[in-house]
Design a protein. Structure first.
Length: 225
């Protein structure tokens, strides 16, 4: 049996992320035990549930995760549950498994954002590959969220005047133009811009502008808020 393929995530926060977690929701006990044993055999942590209600009532870990979900649970529909997850903002990648799949159903699931659609009986390696892709996607999402949170904190550390300078830089103004707008010397503007770049760890104006845009900073206002 092949192991889950390692995936490299280019994110400074990756090393601090908790251990990955795989959730399994299937109303067949044999399927839950089989999938759990397979995933645990390659070192993954697993929690299993017989219904979506049990899964929703459980405590979710803030870790890279994926959900293996039976598309036809007893008395409920996996596709409808996927929609419900989306509505409440539960952004765990879903890998559907089913013994009754068809092309129309799989297309609908993938359009709704499912990572994969596996028909029973499925190959073990197909499950491992699907889970690997789903965990990699969620790891990237968590990295992005942590990175933007750190960047937001760095931006909040700017003084009001530094934010004003940042807003003008984002608007494309040169130091001389910013100095005229703020009634400051060009040397003072350079000093403030240097502090902005230092606090936001930007190595160039292009990188600074990209970081400000990722925060949704409005360049049309003087203070960049």
């Amino acid at each position: 049996m092949s192991d889950v393929k390692p995936t490299t995530v280019s994110c400074e926060a990756a090393e601090s992320l908790p251990e990955s977690m795989v959730y399994i929701v299937d109303d067949e006990d044999a399927v839950r035990r089989g999938l759990s044993g397979l995933l645990q055999s390659v070192g993954l942590s697993v929690e299993t549930f017989a219904s979506s209600q049990d899964f929703m009532a459980s405590r979710k870990q803030n870790a890279p995760s994926c959900l293996i979900l039976d598309i036809r649970l007893r008395g409920e529909n996996g596709l409808e549950f996927q929609d419900a997850m989306s509505r409440i903002g539960l952004r765990i990648p879903v890998v559907f498994v089913t013994g009754h799949g068809d092309i129309e159903m799989s297309v609908k699931a993938m359009k709704a954002g499912a990572m994969d659609f596996l028909t029973k009986p499925f190959r073990e390696q197909d499950v491992l590959d699907a889970v690997s892709r789903a965990l990699a996607k969620d790891r990237e999402r968590l990295c992005a969220e942590r990175s933007i949170g750190s960047l937001r904190a760095d931006y909040e550390s700017l003084t009001p005047r530094e934010r004003e300078v940042a807003g003008f830089v984002l608007a494309g103004l040169l130091n001389k133009q910013i100095a005229a707008e703020m009634n400051l010397s060009e040397v003072t503007v350079k000093m403030h811009r240097g502090q902005v770049m230092k606090k936001l760890s930007a190595r160039s104006v292009v990188e600074l502008v990209g970081k400000l845009r990722s925060l949704g900073i409005d360049p049309s206002t003087k203070n960049g808020q």
